[in-house]
Design a binder for this molecule. Structure first.
Ligand code: HEC
Length: 221
């Protein structure tokens, strides 16, 4: 049994009402206005960092695959193929002529002609900007195969050194690749040299037992 009066008292108390029967609506809503709006799903714009991150990852992934993907060649990671390539010299069939030529250059020519192809003043002539390098490919291949000795003028400077022969060390493909590499590097603009060209020149000069001289090849000296 509850006393209806008592109940009304309680109700007043609950609504935090001041004395009196009127309900203060503003006060009632004060609590509500303090609250934050309910979260709801909508069409919020995507935060900028998200697409930036995604594009960044795509670019990185593309670069990574391009750099380390080995042109998707199944043999890329085959240790047998790689060892053959490093060992026999015939495995030079991997990569572009420029890549292979660079390898030959780094292992065979760089000690004298330097990485940037500038040579060493008064000792080793530059290959960068040399008309001998970009000119007649036959003379270039002849020099690489059998060496060069004695006075020579490159870029207006005189050299009188001795370049060793490589006919016994480098095969036709390697001579072709390194020729192509030096003809197209450091701003040089020459055309490619093919293994067949080298083969023909090697056959035609096979009796040659000593280095050329600039005079013999018709080069400035
Ligand atoms: C031991 C040092 C040495 C090495 C290694 C060497 N060269 Fe030379 N090279 C010379 C010298 C010295 C001359 C200049 C010879 C002369 O004075 O007659 C020369 C001249 C040349 C020339 C003609 C001159 C010019 O500057 O255009 C070419 C081309 C050339 N070398 C290419 C090569 C290539 C390609 C290789 C690697 C396969 C190579 N050389 C490795 C020392 C070297």
């Amino acid at each position: 049994m509850t006393d209806p009066r008592h109940e009304k008292e309680q109700q007043k108390h609950r609504l935090n009402e001041p004395e009196g029967d009127e309900i203060d609506v503003t006060r009632m809503h004060l609590g509500l206005t303090r609250e934050h709006g309910e979260p709801h799903e909508g069409y919020e714009p995507m935060p900028l960092w998200l697409p930036t991150l995604i594009v960044g990852l795509l670019v990185w992934a593309g670069y990574y695959i391009g750099r380390y993907g080995g042109t998707f060649d199944a043999n890329s990671y085959d240790p047998v193929t790689i060892e053959e390539g490093a060992g026999s010299g015939n495995g030079a069939s991997q990569g572009s002529p420029m890549d292979r030529g660079k390898n030959v250059f780094v292992s065979t020519c760089v000690s004298c002609h330097q990485t940037n192809g500038e040579g060493v003043p008064d000792q080793y002539p530059p290959l960068a900007g040399s008309s001998v390098v970009t000119g007649d490919s036959k003379k270039l291949v002849q020099i690489i195969l059998h060496g060069l000795n004695g006075p020579l003028v490159i870029g207006g400077k005189r050299y009188d050194g001795s370049m060793p022969a490589w006919a016994g060390t480098l095969d036709d493909a390697q001579v072709a690749d390194v020729s192509t590499y030096i003809r197209k590097s450091w701003g040089n603009k020459g055309d490619e040299v093919t293994p067949d060209q080298v083969k023909a020149i090697r056959a035609a000069t096979s009796g040659r037992g000593q280095p050329w001289t600039a005079a013999e090849l018709g080069l400035p000296h």
